[in-house]
Ligand binder design. Structure first.
Ligand code: HEM
Length: 157
């Protein structure tokens, strides 16, 4: 944390004007909104809503927007962290938020390895495969909702 705070990024965040942190925070929220907005639609579809809509019609746009949103949240989040990293050392929400993000990413990795996900664009899935995807969707919602809740609470500790 001390290294990050003392890095060139930390100096740039603190010394490049009063609006910098606010604008980066705004971009963080836009990243989170894009990530969670798309993940919510995707996960609800995996959980069984809107079965009339073919799965690829939902996965194609939502996965792209979620990736972009995560990339933006990652870059802006590290920048905000660098501003005053050592202040977060005793914040319990900090220690819940990052494992939640880690688990969310592990869940995405496991989903990508599953046969149902790999083949959902080329054939109809069996009921059993759809149930497996629903488990990934449920876990995903829990992880990202936890990350958002703890991210918001960090500032109030
Ligand atoms: C991946 C790297 C990320 C880092 C390093 C990071 C870091 C940060 C930092 C330092 C803050 C400011 C906390 C404060 O002092 O108020 C923040 C705010 C926040 N973060 Fe992140 N974050 C990351 C990703 C995410 C993701 C993926 C989510 C949600 C899915 C998220 C949700 C939030 C929320 C809701 C806030 C509060 C914004 C506000 O109300 O001003 N963050 N984050």
């Amino acid at each position: 944390m001390a290294w990050l705070q003392g890095s060139a990024l930390g100096h740039a965040m603190r010394e490049s004007g009063v609006w910098t942190y606010g604008v980066v925070n705004l971009a963080h929220i836009l990243g989170i909104a894009s990530l969670f907005g798309s993940v919510l639609i995707l996960d609800l579809r995996l959980l069984g809503l809107w079965r009339g809509v073919p799965l690829p019609a939902i996965t194609n746009p939502t996965v792209r927007v979620a990736r972009l949103g995560f990339g933006l949240a990652l870059i802006t989040g590290i920048s905000m962290l660098a501003t005053k990293a050592t202040d977060y050392a005793g914040n319990p929400f900090f220690y819940i938020k990052f494992p939640a993000i880690g688990l969310g990413l592990l869940n995405v990795a496991a989903l990508n390895f599953s046969r149902a996900w790999k083949e959902h664009k080329t054939r109809d899935l069996s009921a059993r495969e759809q149930s497996r995807l629903a488990v990934f969707g449920g876990l995903s919602l829990v992880c990202w909702l936890t990350a958002i809740s703890c991210g918001r609470m960090i500032g109030y500790w």
